[in-house]
Design a protein around this ligand. Structure first.
Ligand SMILES: [Zn+2]
Length: 205
């Protein structure tokens, strides 16, 4: 007869295993590490997890995580309203902000097109993106859209799709400069490389 973990431990192991890049063995290590902590420490950890859904809102304009809606970037009058940088997720926003070389606005797609994992354009925030762009074009004669997606197969597929649907004489489309290592996720690119890729971005049309 095999001995199983008590249910409360097994439940936690399953939760940790569902995190990206965490396998069952690592999940077990996390749980046993937690078990060795003081009860107050475990309670604090649990509290932060418990509060997570309540403390964050999604900005209704750019879909960034924020404590306010609209977020501090969307409501910042000193930022250039004529440039929108399209990124896959919040970590990419942080990566670009950390370069301190970008002063426009953002839009978070919420993922990348990935046919293997059955993620099509309908699973991304594209409807809202088009709505945001159209509302900007009502007051601005021209806008620039920077496609700042990771140089991976999924990023390229998504860029091509967006180039098709954002065809409009009032939209100047640009793309991060080459020089980023192919296959690398944007959030892991170092600040200087990312700052240069932004500075030397290429106009698509
Ligand atoms: Zn926002």
């Amino acid at each position: 007869m095999s001995i199983n973990y008590p249910k409360s431990i097994e439940n936690l192991i399953k939760q940790f295993s569902s995190l990206p890049s965490v396998g069952r063995k690592t999940a077990e290590r996390y749980v046993f590490h937690l078990l060795k902590q003081k009860p107050e420490q475990i309670k604090l950890f649990a509290k932060y997890l418990h509060d997570l859904p309540n403390n964050f809102k999604t900005c209704s304009k750019c879909l960034s995580l924020s404590e306010e809606n609209p977020c501090s970037i969307c409501s910042d009058k000193n930022r250039n309203d004529k440039i929108i940088c399209i990124i896959s997720n919040f970590q990419d926003l942080l990566a670009i902000e950390s370069t301190k070389k970008y002063n426009g606005k953002y839009f978070i797609l919420g993922g990348l097109i990935n046919p293997i994992e059955n993620i099509g354009p309908d699973k991304l925030n594209i409807k809202l993106l088009v709505k945001e762009i159209n509302s900007k074009l009502k007051t601005l004669p021209e806008i620039e859209i920077i496609l700042a997606l990771s140089p991976t197969m999924e990023g390229e597929t998504t860029s091509l799709y967006l180039q098709k649907i954002l065809k409009n004489p009032k939209i100047k489309l640009s793309k991060l400069a080459q020089g980023l290592s192919t296959g690398m996720s944007l959030e892991y690119v170092d600040e200087n490389t990312l700052a240069n890729a932004l500075k030397f971005r290429g106009i698509i049309k």
